[in-house]
Design a protein around this ligand. Structure first.
Ligand SMILES: Cc1ncc(COP(=O)(O)O)c(C=O)c1O
Length: 396
């Protein structure tokens, strides 16, 4: 049977691989040869599992949202990654990669960040481990996610504000790769999503797969069955979605719905809906869908949500879209804002703007009363309060 997980060369169907500048070949090869041995070693597993439990607070709850369920006529469970230490799923990956960096003898950590959640998670783990940390962040995002910038600074990280392009996640990633090229021997680059050259997409998916591992156990306890009818997650680069679907992706009983950022509308020219609009290209070291013009130039993306404002997509998700294994929905800014207010008023949970896109998929789907739906709330909304308060409350 065909699998939707990575093959040994880091390909998901025709997507993936490692397309990196000459200077990084050795680093990337070293990582390719090391990551599986480390991730599967007892010593790593013990330390990682203990930190996830005692430091992050895992397992995160699987919460049956009764009022939201009543609204959509099915049984909706929320996977509460927003309750993790630092407020999002990103810390699952940051801890794993810092432990790997330590085992590879690297002392200096760099990262890119969009919404700032990956930056905060990385700065947090670097504080915990006493490691140097530099975070690249587009200037637009420094402004719209300033609470996270202050946290990174307090944690001792240096935040570099990037002023190229439209000053968002793509541009921050470019700068982080440039830094890595200048310091290939002592620096470890912690990528925050299932993007970048092999082995990153596979490695980040594995580190986030704790999410679906827990869903399986929790559903069994609460519903008496270990697989849902639907899994729903938002997709920026794809890491919370990859974690949510990892143990179900090859199970045809489970429908997968991925919500990408429609921005002001897929046809508006102001969008980050890569799976709707992208064509195959190479971005940040992987072959995947990229929003590009006829000359192959990347088109600047747009989304109200800094974490989804990216013109590429993880190769795993490009393949899921190409193979039609996942249903892809574009959720626009206004739909995400409405969904954020809806969750807040029905369940008393203020979601991150990114997670609000997953919630914005609910009205686009048609459920049966017995359907069991698991939707990942990838993060909490503290960082997005300015944006929420600037948008009027939209009752529905
Ligand atoms: C809370 C939250 N959810 C989702 C995302 C999107 O990233 P990914 O697709 O890798 O989960 C981000 C990225 O910053 C985020 O902060």
């Amino acid at each position: 049977m065909m699998s939707y997980l990575a093959d040994p060369n880091g390909y998901f169907g025709e997507f993936g691989g490692a397309f990196v500048p000459e200077i990084l070949h050795r680093c990337v090869e070293e990582l390719q040869h090391t990551y599986l041995n480390v991730l599967q070693s007892k010593n790593f597993r013990d330390e990682y599992t203990q930190l996830l439990r005692d430091y992050v607070g895992r397992p995160s709850p699987l919460y049956l949202a009764r009022r939201l369920s009543a609204r959509y006529g099915c049984r909706i469970y929320l996977k509460r990654e927003d309750l993790n230490h630092t407020g999002a799923h990103k810390i699952n990956n940051a801890i794993g990669q810092v432990l790997l960096a330590q085992r590879m003898g690297k002392r200096r950590i760099i990262a890119e960040t969009g919404a700032g959640q990956h930056g905060v998670a990385t700065a947090t783990v670097c504080a915990l481990m006493g490691m140097e940390c530099v975070v690249y962040m587009g200037k637009t995002d420094v402004e719209r996610q300033h609470a996270n910038v202050e946290k990174m600074k307090m944690l001792g990280a240096r935040v570099v504000s990037v002023t190229s392009g439209n000053m968002t996640l793509k541009d921050a990633t470019n700068e982080a790769i440039r830094d890595w090229c200048c310091h290939p021997s002592d620096t470890y680059y912690i990528i925050g999503s299932t993007v970048g050259p092999h082995p990153y997409p596979d490695m980040v998916a594995r580190l986030q797969s704790v999410i679906s591992e827990e869903i399986r156990k929790q559903l069994k306890e609460q519903e008496g069955r270990d697989c849902p009818d639907y899994l729903i997650a938002c997709v920026g680069g794809g890491s919370n979605a990859a974690g949510t679907i990892y143990h179900y992706v090859d199970d045809p009983r489970v429908k997968i719905v991925l919500a990408e950022a429609g921005g002001k509308g897929v046809e508006s020219g102001k969008t980050a809906a890569t799976m709707a609009l992208g064509r195959t290209g190479i971005i940040h070291g992987a072959r995947t869908y990229v929003i590009q013009n006829e000359d192959g130039q990347i088109v600047e993306p747009y989304s109200i949500s800094a974490g989804l404002d990216y013109p590429g997509i993880g190769p795993m998700h490009a393949n899921l879209a190409r193979q039609k294994r996942a249903q892809i929905l574009a959720v626009n800014d206004d739909e995400a804002l409405r969904a954020a207010y809806e969750l807040t008023r029905l369940e008393g949970i203020i979601p991150a703007l990114e997670s609000a896109h997953a919630l914005g998929a609910l009205p686009k789907l048609h459920f049966q009363p017995n359907d069991v739906v698991v939707l990942t709330v990838s993060g909490r909304g503290d960082k997005d309060m300015d944006t929420y308060l600037a948008a009027p409350y939209q009752a529905s």
